[in-house]
Design a protein around this ligand. Structure first.
Ligand code: ARG
Length: 463
């Protein structure tokens, strides 16, 4: 008979058992479930709600089940429907009568909520750690490439010269924000829902704060209906994960472009690329492509859970059991993608010469030519037009701005003298952009230091 079978005249149909169960996914949370039960039983004993002896027997039995589960000695069964009832059934089998008192003052609704809160907190910490590794790697690579010039783009058209360090530091900003988002999701999950009961609390004198302390939560939930029906913390996690994936897709897309023969800025390590079954010459950036592709899965998980939660009346509804599959799919994907991306990134090599050559291609110093005129008294709009005319002249005559003679310059404005060449050199274009947040090596060095400080701040949002 089912643990809840008292009012039923028969067992569930086999089809219902198979449809209703969530044992496989629940298997991933036995740790949280058992630790939560140990805290609950401890508190029940302390409060005299059950006897001290029963509480001790329960705690010991649960610890043994936990150890056996960790050793892979336990097979959970779908007959017990979910992980909660698997553990309880096993406990009763092992310690008898006392085991039947564990569920006093508790419902699976607040029990699963507790497990969920703990799972999300753990996953936020994992994501934070993986992101910290990635950021640290980016900072290290950036400090080695403060002077590695490359073109900066808008509309994927050459715009102005920057450095590789500056480009990488843009991703550092994204991932720092991501860590902060996981810090927020962690805080949202960091409240202890046990005591919400099925939906309306309980008449037993539970010491909720004691359970909070035993499980190291920062606070308890303050509404029993919300306590069992809140899944926002999952959605916070999924939205933080989606943002990371979106950032990774942008990065991956750039790496895919950069290793194409058209760009040839980088070379992937052979261990992080794959070949073609037919074309012997091929070396494909599969890892980057697959990460880009897997973003769809994580965005889907976010939208899936939002859709599952949409319109649900208070409080618990079985729909919510879908939360775990979506969450685990996303957290597995995210963690795998972050780990493999960091490893791939670490092994990239950069074709500095090609990048430097490309840095001035496409008249990326035309703004500096206009700025030169402005600094010599010409209004910016006129300077912009004159530089534009110079670019058109260069295109017609197949020259770069640096290749024009002073006579040619003077045909466009008498202001030009031979200081123009220095003013539009690659070194000037990058080195003189030296305000905070700009690409000059000194400015990027400062932004690396600032990012290290910020990394400490955002990682401190976790416990
Ligand atoms: N397996 C359920 C879940 O994951 C646990 C809560 C079940 N509660 C219930 N009243 N059926 O949501």
């Amino acid at each position: 008979m089912k643990l809840w079978g008292g009012r039923f005249s028969k067992d569930p149909d086999q089809m219902v058992l198979e449809f209703d169960e969530c044992v496989e996914i629940g298997n991933r949370m036995y740790e949280q479930d058992i630790l939560g039960s140990i805290a609950h039983a401890t508190m029940l004993g302390e409060q005299g709600i059950i006897s001290k002896e029963d509480a001790d027997a329960i705690v010991q039995g649960l610890n043994e089940i936990l150890a056996d589960a960790r050793d892979g000695k336990i097979t959970w069964t779908i007959d017990a429907e979910d992980i909660h009832m698997n553990v309880e059934t096993l406990l009763i089998e092992r310690i008898g009568e006392a085991g039947k008192r564990l569920h006093t003052g508790r419902s699976r609704n607040d029990q699963v909520a507790l497990d969920n809160h703990m799972i999300v907190m753990g996953a936020c910490e994992n994501a934070g750690k993986l992101l910290k590794e990635l950021v640290s790697q980016l900072l290290e690579t950036a400090s080695q490439h403060l002077d590695t010039a490359m073109p900066g783009y808008t509309h994927l058209q050459h715009a102005q010269p920057i450095t590789l360090a500056h480009h990488l530091m843009a991703y550092v900003q994204m991932f720092l924000r991501d860590i902060a988002h996981f810090g927020f999701a962690y805080d949202q999950a960091d409240e202890m829902p046990l005591g919400s009961g099925a939906l309306a609390g309980t008449t037993y004198p539970l010491d909720r704060t004691r359970v909070q302390e035993l499980l190291s939560f920062s606070r308890i939930t303050m509404n029993s209906l919300d306590g069992v029906s809140n899944r926002d913390y999952f959605i916070d996690y999924l939205s933080a994960a989606s943002l990371v994936m979106m950032h990774l897709t942008r990065f991956c897309e750039e790496l895919i472009l950069w290793c194409s023969s058209e760009f040839a800025f980088i070379e992937m390590d052979d261990a992080f690329a794959t070949g073609s079954s037919i074309m012997p010459q091929k070396k494909n950036p599969d890892v980057a492509e697959l990460i880009r592709g897997k973003s769809g899965r994580v965005f889907g998980d976010l939208l899936g859970l939002l859709t599952t939660m949409k319109g649900l009346p208070l409080s618990y509804n079985k729909d919510m059991q879908e939360d775990k599959e979506l969450f685990y799919d996303a957290s597995d994907t995210l963690e795998h993608c972050l780990a493999v991306f960091t490893a791939m990134f670490k092994k990239l090599s950069y074709n500095k010469e090609t990048m430097a050559k490309a840095a001035l291609d496409g008249f990326t110093n035309a703004t500096d030519c206009a700025d030169y005129l402005v600094k010599n008294g010409i209004p910016f709009r006129d300077a912009h037009r004159i530089s534009g005319e110079l670019v058109a002249y260069c295109i017609q005559n197949k020259k770069t701005l640096l290749e024009l003679s002073l006579e040619e310059y003077r045909q466009f404005s008498p202001i030009f003298d031979d200081t123009i060449y220095d003013a539009i050199s690659l070194a000037t274009c990058i080195g003189k952009r030296n305000i905070p947040g700009a690409p000059a090596p000194d400015a990027v060095k400062a932004s690396i230091e600032e990012a290290k400080r910020r990394l400490d701040v955002v990682t401190s949002f976790f416990a």
